[in-house]
Design a protein around this ligand. Structure first.
Ligand code: NAP
Length: 286
């Protein structure tokens, strides 16, 4: 039976440490500020933004929301980003995805100042991650790396199979694993033999958004399984990509959904906002 990687508890511990850091900053007259931009009326996004707002409040980060109408033009979105880039009070800028078509989200990410890009989605930070230079790493992969660190799970020399190649999870995750000397395979919808790729892996990270895509007969004994997926089961309960009940009997470590990667993603956003605040105020070795 696998050991459960408890993302909820680890995230709580991280938030407590960040709260202390925010208190130290406050003593110096610095209050970290995060600006979140939401475009249109996406119900799921509203929930994510509310959760981020609560987490910021708990830690002592000022949270400012900017709601834009679905009908806005790309230039208006860019204008707001420019304004926030120039605002000395704002330390981090996050553009909540998705945004309505025909707006181009990557073009908007590209405009976020490198040192305020707490999601790590602009090309400068993407490039920094690729060449092993310090910068902002996207929150979900960063949170997963913290889990490996906390549970002392070895990465070097291991075969890692990542399912999903999105810019926010799959690709940066692969870079993070590569930087720790893993041998990485990235699977996606055109991968011919997913089962074969997974069966060979020591570590599987699934970021697809399809329930039960990772089944017990696709994994080897002792595998480490990280489930990023967020889906609903037949009863409407939140679940991941992995058939947790059966796979957990074969795995050595596994993350649950909920209570695994999700809370770590939010904790890493807070981490990145504190890091940005310190960088902008030239504090510590950030
Ligand atoms: P995405 O942009 O939709 O990417 C999904 C990826 O899965 C794509 O690369 C796609 O391949 C691949 N895929 C689809 N069907 C497949 C199949 N049958 N076999 C193999 N690969 C397949 O999604 P995302 O934004 O990365 O998110 C993935 C999941 O993670 C979602 O459920 C999302 O809600 C969740 N998520 C959770 C957190 C968290 O904090 N817990 C954070 C971010 C995302 P192609 O590229 O070929 O289309």
């Amino acid at each position: 039976m696998a050991q459960i990687i408890d993302g909820k508890s680890l995230a709580k511990k991280i938030r407590e440490n960040l709260k202390k850091e925010a208190e130290e900053l406050k003593k110096m007259g610095i209050i970290p500020h995060l600006a979140v931009i939401m475009v249109g009326n996406n119900d799921a996004s509203k929930v994510y933004v509310r959760n981020k707002s609560r987490a910021c409040e708990e830690v002592g980060i000022e949270f400012k929301e900017y709601f834009l109408e679905e009908s806005i033009k790309q230039e208006e979105l860019i204008e707001l980003i420019d304004k926030l880039n120039k605002d000395k009070k704002i330390n981090g800028i996050l553009l909540q995805s998705p945004i309505p078509k025909p707006l181009d989200i990557q073009k908007a990410f590209n405009k976020i100042d490198n040192i305020k890009d707490v999601d790590g989605f602009n090309p400068y930070n993407v490039g920094s991650l690729c060449i092993g230079q310090d910068g902002f790493i996207p929150c979900t992969p960063l949170g997963i790396m913290k889990m490996f660190e906390e549970y002392k799970i070895e990465i070097e020399g291991k075969k890692v199979a990542i399912i999903g190649r999105s810019n926010i999870v799959g690709k940066p995750m692969a870079q993070c694993m590569l930087s720790k000397n893993a041998t990485v395979t990235i699977c996606h919808s055109r991968t011919k033999e997913l089962r074969k790729e997974l069966k060979d892996a020591d570590i599987i990270i699934s970021a697809v958004g399809t329930r039960n895509i990772v089944k017990e007969d696709m994994v080897k004994d002792g595998v480490v399984v990280i489930d990023v997926g967020m889906n609903r089961d037949d009863k409407g309960k939140l679940c991941g990509d992995v058939d947790f009940e059966k796979v957990s009997k074969k795995a050595s470590y596994i993350t649950p959904v909920p209570g695994g990667v999700g809370p770590m993603t939010i904790a890493m956003l807070l981490h990145n906002v504190i890091k940005a605040t310190k960088m902008q105020n030239m504090i510590g070795n950030n």
